[in-house]
Design a protein around this ligand. Structure first.
Ligand code: HEC
Ligand code: HEC
Ligand code: HEC
Ligand code: HEC
Length: 123
């Protein structure tokens, strides 16, 4: 009898912990939107390593999401990859490499950061 009760309690505890775990996972996982830390652009000019976290974080260069992700309308939205719109044979939007060069370099021109080919295409 006693063993049965104890086992019952153990099962109940396990079930409760499982539910709590699932709820916590669901609740907290959503609050941390997945943002890439570093992005490696594999391309014919030589690979470019882009430190996404350093560019956006307060302790880094502190740049607003929408300054780069110009498709963002509301804070908290998930931006699309640049290549969704900036395709290689694009007409409506600048072609993919032009879009990157233009955005990366124009900011570096003003705010510091590499502008020479080999400083970005370093890998
Ligand atoms: C200095 C420019 C810059 C800043 C600031 C920036 N990003 Fe990005 N982010 C990029 C670039 C470039 C990519 C790569 C997009 C690609 O591969 O087409 C990217 C990729 C992403 C991706 C992956 C998109 C995908 O589907 O591949 C997410 C999500 C993202 N950024 C979110 C954010 C959020 C949220 C912020 C602000 C907290 C932010 N970014 C700030 C430039 C920036
Ligand atoms: C939802 C589609 C979409 C996404 C996603 C997008 N763009 Fe654009 N982008 C456009 C369109 C359309 C234009 C041309 C019209 C305009 O200037 O708004 C443009 C224009 C630009 C320009 C030229 C602006 C100028 O002043 O000449 C740059 C640079 C650029 N995009 C870079 C990027 C980068 C880098 C990313 C990713 C971080 C990105 N775009 C994501 C659609 C997009
Ligand atoms: C809105 C401004 C802005 C944009 C857009 C931007 N950067 Fe930067 N970047 C900076 C600043 C500021 C620094 C730091 C300069 C310094 O250390 O004085 C930097 C530094 C860098 C560095 C050298 C140090 C490091 O963090 O690795 C690389 C490489 C770099 N950027 C690549 C890129 C690439 C690739 C893009 C486009 C996908 C890009 N950046 C877009 C502002 C920008
Ligand atoms: C601020 C960083 C940065 C600088 C400076 C830079 N690039 Fe790039 N480059 C990039 C990024 C980011 C891409 C996009 C890679 C992709 O499409 O995935 C790229 C793409 C390319 C490509 C492949 C796309 C294509 O057009 O076929 C070539 C080639 C290239 N760059 C050459 C150059 C040359 C030459 C210079 C100097 C005049 C230069 N880059 C300066 C970041 C930079």
């Amino acid at each position: 009898m006693e063993v049965k009760t104890e086992r019952m309690i153990a099962y109940c505890l396990a079930a409760i912990l499982l539910v709590v775990g699932v709820i916590c996972y669901a609740a907290f996982a959503k609050k941390v939107p997945e943002q890439p830390l570093r992005i490696m652009f594999d391309n014919t000019g030589g690979n470019v390593l882009f430190d996404h976290k350093e560019h956006m974080s307060e302790s880094g260069y502190g740049i607003e999401c929408a300054d780069c992700h110009h498709d963002l309308e509301n804070e908290g939205d998930k931006p699309s990859a640049c290549g969704e719109c900036h395709v290689d044979d694009g007409e409506d939007a600048p072609k993919r490499p032009d879009a990157f060069h233009k955005q990366c370099k124009s900011c570096h021109d003003e705010g510091g950061g590499p502008v020479n080919c080999a400083e970005c295409h370093a890998m």
